[in-house]
Design a protein around this ligand. Structure first.
Ligand code: BGC
Length: 307
């Protein structure tokens, strides 16, 4: 029986990698920057490097690793082998034979899935959604991704092409999104959007962590940028609740680790906007596995043959 696998979470900013065991423990993990503007070959080389770092660690520790699961932005073919597209935050990440190329480079089995689906599987298998049958998972990072657990099954739409909640419209006359649409949730509520908004208001660069720190110190501009972030994200989540009436909405990604205040503000916006009847039994909770959910879910593709 497989005991350990590699889980990789490919983000628009960072590649997180981990060695994971069947019960969700992570004996080894690390992170490296994503060469997101350098094209698909550079990203594949970085992913291969991440897999090989994990393989080397496993070999040094006498562990057999049968495969690597990869959570990637974009739509992945249902067989888990190819990224079709819809991953605008990574240049050239379209029609990429991801599993084949990594198998050739690393010599182990590779299975890919959309990153938010991987996060959802991680939280369902090991985290906040254990034992739940209806949940929506939302990752907030460079992009916004989502997954749906419906009646105990991960639902991905016809040919796996659905659940792109980051690209639902929250502003009809809004700015153009990288996807080609206009006014998308991701364009207004991702961490990248928060960073962009703060820079536009101040002329200064700050990352999400710094903006949260400034918010706590009473900085009025950080407060404005955060309020807008909650407003857009909360409206997006309210729309999703009105459609799915899930038992849980699990929100992950780095910013979801900001603390309870983050969820209090988010719940306030959702509470004011969602239909009370649809939201009556819905709880909005942070990803229990924090930023590791993506790696854990990706490893579950191998360990539990999930999805
Ligand atoms: C992509 C999704 C992805 C999300 C998070 C979005 O821009 O369209 O497929 O899940 O970013 O990475």
């Amino acid at each position: 029986m497989t005991e350990y696998a590699i889980g990789i979470d490919l983000g628009g900013t960072a590649i997180k990698y981990a060695v994971v065991n069947r019960s969700g423990a992570i004996p080894f993990e690390g992170t490296m920057p994503t060469p997101a503007t350098e094209g698909a070959d550079a990203v594949i080389a970085a992913l291969a490097k991440a897999i090989n770092i994990c393989k080397d660690w496993a070999a040094d520790n006498g562990l057999h690793i049968p495969g690597a699961g990869i959570g990637t932005p974009g739509i992945v073919t249902p067989d888990g082998r190819r990224v079709i597209g819809a991953a605008e935050n990574i240049a050239g990440w379209e029609n990429v034979a991801l599993a084949d190329r990594l198998e050739q480079l690393c010599g182990i089995k590779v299975v890919a899935s959309n990153d938010a689906n991987a996060m959802g599987v991680g939280e369902w298998t090991f985290g906040a959604a254990r034992g739940v049958r209806d949940a929506i998972f939302i990752t907030v990072g460079t992009g916004i991704g989502s997954a749906a657990l419906i009646d105990g099954h991960i639902w991905r739409g016809h040919y796996g092409r659905g659940m792109e909640v980051g690209h639902i419209t929250v502003k009809c006359d809004g700015e153009g999104c990288a996807c080609g649409g206009r006014g998308c949730l991701e364009h207004y509520a991702s961490t990248a959007a928060l960073v962009r908004r703060f820079a536009a208001l101040t002329g200064k660069e700050a990352d999400g962590r710094e903006i949260v720190r400034l918010y706590h110190s009473g900085d009025p501009v950080a407060a404005k940028a955060m309020s807008e972030h909650w407003m857009y994200l909360g409206h997006g989540i309210a729309s999703v609740i009105n459609i799915f009436a899930p038992e849980l909405v699990v929100v992950g990604g780095g910013i979801s680790e900001a603390g309870p205040f983050y969820f209090e503000r988010l719940r306030r916006v959702v509470g004011a906007q969602a239909m009370a009847e649809c939201a009556a039994n819905t709880r909005i909770v942070p990803a229990e596995l924090g930023n590791s959910a993506g790696c854990l879910g990706a490893a579950a593709l191998i360990l539990h043959a999930a999805i």
